[in-house]
Design a protein around this ligand. Structure first.
Ligand code: SF4
Ligand code: SF4
Length: 382
């Protein structure tokens, strides 16, 4: 079993100081003085103190715009993630957003707490305690409570997914004992919380007998796909993103959708689903199920998509707010009436940004958008 993640040479030693990363970084364009190139240089010159003691270590969004373009393949987000563990140990801590409530919720889940996180599912459809497919709901039940003030119901995503799965003949396992995947703990340097959450999840999934775990949250997906195996070895189940699963299952299902009055939409690629997991086409293929709808791409799309501005519920700064508003403006500029998101956090951040600006743009989660257009389902205004 993996003890402590170490930096590999790829993570900085091959850096040529070309500056492509800084030129690609959305934070560098908003915070003067923040530069991934400079942070690497500083780490090389002062390995023990440079980056580890600096406040800039918490400004990186882990969005991978830099690593996407780095000519020698430096994995700067991973370098930052590993360095944050050292920073935390040295007493350099991030500014937690929302009074740290989401960090507290994650920490509580590292203990043997009894959760009540499946009430929504009992009303939404059929699910099981054991079975072939496990639907990893992630933090949606907690987001649903935390972000009510934004007039958002993140559990609508889970309800929509359960409806879609049931309609293609899948009754997934949904568990009261599931935990946060640990993504935010990992990316904020809290390796011990990450490990404990991951162990709970592996145990819960193992005891369900599931062979396939389905994820709607891009962060959960990428954490299970990339990080769980690094820490715990090969997983005894397959990890699939919900968009890929639906695209795969649709031809053999009898799902049919009604035409939509919504004429124009645009799609935001979440960093973790796009640049980190390489999933660009499946969400678009699902949206193409409605031929009457025009999909208008934003200028920055797919590999070039702009991050929604925050990571791991920390350091929500004027930079975050500017990036959120900029992305919404990019969506508005396409002329689309609706912005489709495939990540609950992107939806939350965009909705928060909308509370500070005038806009008629609707921000709608992909799965709710699909479910409301299913034949036989009550149509809504999503
Ligand atoms: S793009 Fe890559 S090689 Fe160039 S400065 Fe950044 S990390 Fe170094
Ligand atoms: S991961 Fe994103 S925010 Fe962090 S340095 Fe790279 S481009 Fe900038």
């Amino acid at each position: 079993m993996h003890k402590t993640m170490k930096l590999t040479p790829k993570q900085i030693d091959y850096c040529m100081q070309c500056g492509m990363c800084t030129g690609s970084c959305p934070v560098s364009s908003e915070i003067s003085g923040f530069s991934p190139r400079q942070l690497i240089r500083r780490t090389m010159l002062e390995p023990d103190t440079g980056l580890i003691q600096s406040p800039e270590i918490w400004s990186c969004l882990g969005c991978a715009s830099c690593s996407q373009r780095c000519p020698v393949g430096i994995d700067f987000p991973e370098f930052i993630s590993v360095s944050r563990r050292q920073a935390r140990k040295a007493g350099n801590l991030p500014q937690e957003s929302h009074h740290g409530v989401l960090q507290l919720i994650a920490e509580l889940q590292t203990h043997a707490v009894k959760q009540q996180r499946t009430a929504w599912a009992r009303e939404a459809g059929a699910f099981r305690d054991t079975g072939e497919y496990f639907y990893f709901v992630g933090c949606l039940p907690y987001f649903d409570v935390t972000f009510r003030y934004l007039n958002l119901t993140p559990l609508e995503t889970a309800r929509s997914i359960l409806t879609l799965l049931n309609r293609i003949g899948v009754e997934p396992v949904i568990s009261n004992d599931e935990r946060c995947c640990g993504h935010d703990a990992l990316w904020s340097g809290n390796e011990s919380v990450f490990r404990k959450l991951a162990r709970w999840n592996l145990e819960v999934i193992k005891s369900s007998g599931a062979k396939t775990v389905l994820f709607s949250c891009p962060e959960g997906y990428v954490t299970f796909k990339e990080h769980y195996p690094k820490y715990f070895g090969k997983l005894p189940f397959e990890v699939i993103h919900m968009t890929e699963f639906l695209v795969r299952k649709l031809p053999e299902s009898n799902l049919s959708f009604q035409s939509s009055s919504e004429a124009t939409i645009t799609y935001h690629d979440p960093c973790r689903l796009g640049r980190l997991a390489g999933i660009y086409d499946p969400p678009r293929q699902l949206l193409q199920l409605f031929p009457e709808i025009q999909i208008l791409e934003m200028e920055r799309n797919r590999e070039n998509s702009l991050c929604c501005g925050t990571i791991a519920w920390m350091e929500c700064s004027s930079c975050s707010k500017t990036l959120q508003s900029t992305r919404l403006q990019e969506a508005i500029q396409t002329g689309a009436q609706t912005l489709i998101t495939a990540c609950p956090k992107c939806q939350i951040h965009f909705r928060c940004a909308q509370s500070r600006m005038e806009s008629d743009l609707k921000v709608v989660d992909l799965y709710t958008y699909l479910r409301k257009r299913l034949r036989g389902e009550p149509a809504g205004d999503a």
